[in-house]
Design a protein around this ligand. Structure first.
Ligand SMILES: NC(=O)C1=CN([C@@H]2O[C@H](COP(=O)(O)OP(=O)(O)OC[C@H]3O[C@@H](n4cnc5c(N)ncnc54)[C@H](OP(=O)(O)O)[C@@H]3O)[C@@H](O)[C@H]2O)C=CC1
Ligand SMILES: O=C(O)C(=O)[C@@H](O)[C@H](O)C(=O)CO
Length: 291
C-alpha cells in the first residue's frame, strides 16, 4: 500500500533549454522494459508525483499503455514532454516517417516532443550504416519541419557520429541520450555535446540499481538523510544532465522525484565522480561498440 504523497515535487522540476528554444524537464521517467506495469506506473507518476517528462521507445513495447495512462491522467498534452525513439530496424527515409506516425498513433498524440534515433548503426541489410544513418536523419529533419516532432535527436552517438551529421550541415541534434551514471561518465562526449549546443541526456542513472549498494553512495545517503537513488539522481542532475530513472514501483517513482530539496557539496560531487570505472551496462553488438 503506497501512501499518497502530499506534494508533487516533480512539478517544480527545472528545465534545460534546447538550441531551438524549447525546454526539456531535467527529470523524466524511464520506461525501458516496463512490461505489464506500464499503465499504472505512468498514471501514478503523472497524477501523484507531478512527473511531466516520459522517456520511452518503440523497442520498449509500452507506447500504447503509456498513451492510455496519459489520456486517463487528465494532464494536458501541452504540459507533457514525451520522448520516444526510432529503432534501427526502422531506419531509412520512408520507414522512419512511418515509424514516427506509428509511435504517435500508439501514444495517442498528434506530435512528439522529442524523437531520437535509438542507436547509430542500422540494421538495413546490404546498405552501409553511414548511408542509412544520414538518410534517416534527413527524414527526422523533415518530421521536425512538418511539426510532428518538436525536437529531434540521437542516442548512443559518439563524437564521430555527431561530426558526421555536422558535416552534412543540417539541423544540429537537440539531444544526445547516452549511458551516464557514477560508473560510466563519458565526460569528453558530455563536453563535446555542450560545445556543439546538444543537450546531454543520461540514461541508467542508477546503473540499473548497481550504484545503490556502493559504499560511497550509501555513505552519502546517510550523510544527507536521503536514499541511495536520490543521491545518484541528484548527482546526475547537478551535473546538468537530463536524467531519466526508471522504476515500476510507485513508492520508488515517488522517492526518485524528491531530489530538488537538497544540494550535494562540490566535494561530495567529486567523491561520486571518482567512481568512474568506464563500466558500460548497455551493449548492442553493432561494430562501433566492439572493443
Ligand atoms: N537510449 C538508450 O539506449 C537507453 C535508454 N534508457 C532509458 O533510461 C531509463 C533508465 O535506465 P534503466 O536501464 O531503466 O536503469 P536505471 O538506472 O534507471 O535503474 C532501474 C533499476 O533500478 C531499480 N530502481 C529504481 N528506483 C529505485 C529505488 N528508488 N530504489 C531501489 N531500486 C530502484 C529499478 O527496479 P524497479 O523497476 O523494480 O523499481 C530497476 O531495476 C530507461 O528506462 C530508458 O527509458 C535505458 C537504457 C538504454
Ligand atoms: O533499453 C534501451 O533503450 C536499449 O537500447 C536496449 O537495452 C534495448 O532495449 C534492448 O533490449 C537491447 O536488446
Amino acid at each position: 500500500m503506497v501512501t499518497k504523497p502530499t506534494s508533487c515535487t516533480a512539478l517544480s522540476c527545472p528545465a534545460v533549454p534546447l538550441h531551438n528554444g524549447l525546454n526539456i524537464p531535467i527529470l523524466g521517467l524511464g520506461t525501458s522494459h516496463y512490461g505489464g506495469y506500464s499503465h499504472e506506473a505512468v498514471l501514478y507518476a503523472l497524477q501523484e508525483c507531478g512527473i511531466r517528462h516520459i522517456d520511452t521507445a518503440k523497442r520498449y513495447g509500452c507506447e500504447e499503455a503509456l498513451g492510455k495512462a496519459v489520456t486517463e491522467s487528465g494532464v494536458q498534452r501541452e504540459e507533457l514532454w514525451i520522448t520516444t525513439k526510432l529503432w534501427p530496424g526502422d531506419y531509412g527515409y520512408q520507414s522512419t516517417k512511418q515509424a514516427c506516425r506509428d509511435s504517435c498513433a500508439r501514444l495517442g498524440v498528434d506530435y512528439l516532443d522529442l524523437y531520437l534515433m535509438h542507436w547509430p548503426d542500422s540494421m538495413v541489410p546490404g546498405r552501409s550504416s553511414q548511408e542509412v544513418r544520414l538518410e534517416t536523419w534527413r527524414a527526422l529533419e523533415e518530421l521536425y519541419d512538418e511539426g510532428l516532432c518538436r525536437a529531434i535527436g540521437v542516442s548512443n552517438f559518439l563524437i564521430p557520429h555527431l561530426n558526421e551529421l555536422k558535416d552534412c550541415g543540417g539541423i544540429v541534434p537537440h539531444v544526445n541520450q547516452v549511458e551516464f551514471h557514477p560508473f560510466q561518465q563519458p565526460m569528453k562526449l558530455v563536453e563535446h555535446c555542450r560545445k556543439e549546443n546538444i543537450v546531454f541526456e543520461g540514461y541508467c542513472p542508477l546503473a540499473k540499481g548497481q550504484a545503490l549498494t556502493h559504499p560511497h553512495i550509501l555513505e552519502l545517503a546517510k550523510k544527507y538523510g536521503r536514499s541511495a537513488s536520490q543521491i545518484c539522481i541528484r548527482w546526475s542532475i547537478q551535473n546538468g544532465v537530463v536524467t531519466i530513472p526508471k522504476s515500476t514501483k510507485p513508492d520508488r517513482i515517488y522517492e526518485n522525484c524528491q531530489v530538488f530539496g537538497f544540494t550535494l557539496t562540490s566535494e561530495d560531487m567529486a567523491y561520486i565522480s571518482d567512481l568512474h570505472t568506464n563500466q558500460k551496462l548497455i551493449h548492442l553488438t553493432f561494430p562501433i561498440w566492439k572493443g
